[in-house]
Design a protein around this ligand. Structure first.
Ligand SMILES: [Zn+2]
Length: 244
C-alpha cells in the first residue's frame, strides 16, 4: 500500500503548503505597515516644515532686534544733538524733532513685532516638542508592529520550507508514473487527487461506491479510481475515523 500511502501523504503535504501560502497572503492583506510608514513619513515632513518656519522666525527676530538697536542708536544721537544747545535754527529743530518722533514710532513697531515673534517662536517650539515626542512613540509602535509581522511571516515561511522539504523527500520515494498521475488529477480535481472511503462513499464526490471497488481499494496494492469523480481511492484503517 506504501505508494498509495505516500501519495496520500504527498497530497496532505500539498494541501498544507497551500494552506500556509493562503495564511501568508492573509497576513500580507491585513498588514498595515505600509500605510503606517506613509503616515510616519508625512508626519516627519510636517515636522521639518515647522522647523523651517521656526528658523525663519528666529532669523526675523534677530533682524528685528538689530533694527531696534540701530534705531535706538539713531534716537540717542538725535536726542544728543537736540539737547546739546548747538541748534539755534527753529526749522532745523522742528525737523530733528519730527525725525526723532518717526524713529521712536518705528522703535515701537519693532518692539511689537519682536514680542509677536517671541510668542510665535515659543508656540512653534512647543509644537515641535509635542510632535517630536509623538513621532518617537509612533516609530516605536511601528518597529514593534514590524517585528510582530516579521515573526509571523518568518514562522509561516519556515513551515512552508519544512513542508517543501518533506515533499522533496516524498517525491524521491514515489514512482514517477504515480506522481505524473497524481499531478494531473490534482490539476483537474481542484487540488484533490486522492479521495478516501467514508463508509461506502467516496470522500471526493460523496457518491456511494460499489462493494467491489471498496474491497479492491482496501486491498491497497493497485490504483483504484472512483468511477464517478475519477479520483484515486485510498483506504487506511485509521482514516475511517479521521476527517479529511
Ligand atoms: Zn468520487
Amino acid at each position: 500500500m506504501n505508494f498509495l500511502a505516500d501519495l496520500w501523504k504527498l497530497q496532505k503535504n500539498d494541501l498544507k503548503i497551500e494552506q500556509l501560502k493562503e495564511d501568508f497572503r492573509a497576513l500580507e492583506a491585513k498588514n498595515k505597515l505600509k500605510p503606517f510608514k506613509k503616515r510616519l513619513i508625512s508626519d516627519k515632513e510636517v515636522l521639518e516644515a515647522i522647523k523651517t518656519k521656526l528658523s525663519g522666525m528666529k532669523r526675523e527676530f534677530k533682524k528685528t532686534e538689530l533694527d531696534y538697536n540701530d534705531l535706538s542708536l539713531k534716537a540717542t544721537e538725535l536726542e544728543k544733538k537736540l539737547y546739546s544747545g548747538e541748534i539755534k535754527n527753529l526749522k532745523e529743530m522742528e525737523q530733528l524733532t519730527k525725525q526723532l518722533e518717526n524713529i521712536n514710532q518705528n522703535k515701537e513697531i519693532k518692539e511689537d513685532l519682536s514680542l509677536e515673534l517671541i510668542e510665535g517662536i515659543e508656540k512653534l517650539e512647543k509644537e515641535i516638542k509635542r510632535r517630536e515626542q509623538n513621532l518617537i512613540l509612533a516609530i516605536q509602535e511601528y518597529k514593534q508592529e514590524m517585528l510582530k509581522y516579521r515573526k509571523e511571516a518568518d514562522k509561516i515561511e519556515e513551515e512552508i520550507f519544512d513542508q517543501e522539504l518533506q515533499r522533496e523527500q516524498l517525491l524521491e520515494k514515489i514512482d514517477k508514473k504515480y506522481i505524473v498521475l497524481y499531478e494531473e488529477l490534482k490539476r483537474n480535481k481542484q487540488g484533490i487527487a486522492i479521495a478516501t472511503i467514508k463508509g461506502q462513499n467516496c470522500s471526493g464526490c460523496r457518491v456511494s461506491l460499489p462493494s467491489m471497488i471498496v474491497s479492491m481499494t482496501k486491498a491497497g496494492n493497485t490504483i483504484v479510481k472512483c468511477e464517478n469523480c475519477g479520483r484515486i481511492l485510498f483506504w487506511h484503517k485509521e482514516l475511517e475515523q479521521e476527517d479529511s
